[in-house]
Design a protein around this ligand. Structure first.
Ligand code: AMP
Ligand code: MG
Length: 348
């Protein structure tokens, strides 16, 4: 299959959106930019089309897709019950990086929901994404547009690296703004529960909802507790190299990373180091990259997946990374980084 690239870095191109919408209506696959990461879209109400997403990604069939909508009224066709909490959250955060889990209606095929009786819904804060959703019929199922197990794509080039020749179209809208997937909140069981942390954090949700909990599987070291979002149980975002996170007081972290990187290099290994704009000058072993600035946490989120892909291409065998407990997105950033590291954390 030839994958068409539609360039829209300057904003919406109506002709391109129309062509993309036609592909979706015919059951094809279109990757598109959102404010979180690039999504791999198909018509969410078409079982065969949704099935193609799992195949293109190599995604396990029990890992449900998020249904993207562009207009609030469209939620009523796909959700059986809309609790008041959903309206409050939509008022506060939609369009935006928040996904809500609701009871699904019969309009949504089980293929889209990975066999579950609930459906994940989000309205993205991205003009191209919403124009595409409308052009494609209003309901676009879209997980991240990477091959399963690879870091999520934050540029059209990342998508092409994984999906060229496998999907119908990639819309290039420039780099994703936030760089990490949406916050997921389950509204189907009394107290709302955060199933996946993201840009919209617990405190922000708490201000709107009052009571809010976090899925125990996210905050516990006990990995026998099953996460409620099926996707969270997989070792996502895995770089090819062994990744170690070093956590502790700043000076000690830098010293430990230099020491371990030096030892690894002595043994003949190719080493990568993930620092920040503030710490770059302190590292003197291996290939050193800045993930962003500690003064701007979005810059860190934005480059997290990209930096893991860059180190993959450089074929390093080990990566040592600082840890990033930033004020708003710290929980989300560390959730993704710890998964990428397969929980290998060195405390100093
Ligand atoms: P992705 O868009 O690639 O980040 O994947 C979608 C995420 O949403 C995965 O972690 C899924 O497990 C989660 N998800 C989608 N639908 C549901 C649902 N009905 N209940 C719980 N989690 C869901
Ligand atoms: Mg994903």
């Amino acid at each position: 299959m030839k994958t068409v690239i539609e360039m829209m870095r300057g904003g919406i191109e109506e002709d391109g959106i129309r062509r993309a919408g036609e592909i979706l209506k015919k059951g094809g696959l279109v990757a598109f930019p959102t404010e979180t990461v690039y999504g791999l879209g198909a018509n969410a109400l078409d079982e065969t089309a949704a099935g193609r997403i799992y195949r293109a990604k190599g995604r396990p069939s029990d890992n449900p897709l998020i249904v993207h909508i562009a207009d609030w009224k469209d939620i009523f066709l796909i959700a059986e019950e809309i609790p008041e909490q959903a309206e409050k959250l939509a008022d506060a955060f939609w369009p935006g990086p928040l996904t809500m889990i609701l009871k699904k209606s019969d309009a949504v095929p089980l293929t889209t929901t990975g066999g579950l009786s609930t459906v994940a819904v989000r309205m993205p804060d991205h003009d191209i994404a919403r124009a595409l959703i409308r052009a494609g019929g209003g309901y676009v199922a879209a997980p991240s547009a990477n091959t399963s197990g690879r870091p999520s794509p934050t540029t059209a080039q990342h998508v092409a690296d994984d999906m060229d020749g496998v999907i119908d179209m990639i819309i290039d809208g420039g780099p994703a703004g936030i760089g990490l997937e949406s916050t997921i909140v389950d509204l189907t069981e009394g107290t709302p529960v955060i199933l996946r942390p993201g840009y919209i954090n617990e405190e922000m949700l708490g201000r709107v909802l009052g009571r809010i909990e976090t899925d125990r599987a996210l905050i516990s070291d006990d990995d026998t507790i099953r996460p409620k979002a099926p996707g969270m149980k997989y070792r996502h975002y895995a770089p090819k190299a062994q990744l170690f996170i070093v956590e502790g007081e700043e000076e000690r972290v830098r010293k430990k990373i230099n020491e371990m990187a030096g030892q690894h290099a002595l043994r003949g290994g190719k080493v990568g180091v993930i620092g920040t704009d503030e710490s770059l000058g302190y590292y003197h072993e291996g290939i050193v990259k800045s993930i962003g600035s500690r003064l701007d946490e979005i810059s860190i989120a934005q480059h997290l997946y990209g930096i893991l892909r860059e180190f993959d291409e450089l074929d390093v065998s080990v990566i040592y990374s600082e840890s990033f407990e930033t004020p708003q997105m710290g929980q989300a950033i560390m959730n993704r980084l710890i998964k990428a590291a397969g929980h290998q954390i060195i405390y100093v």
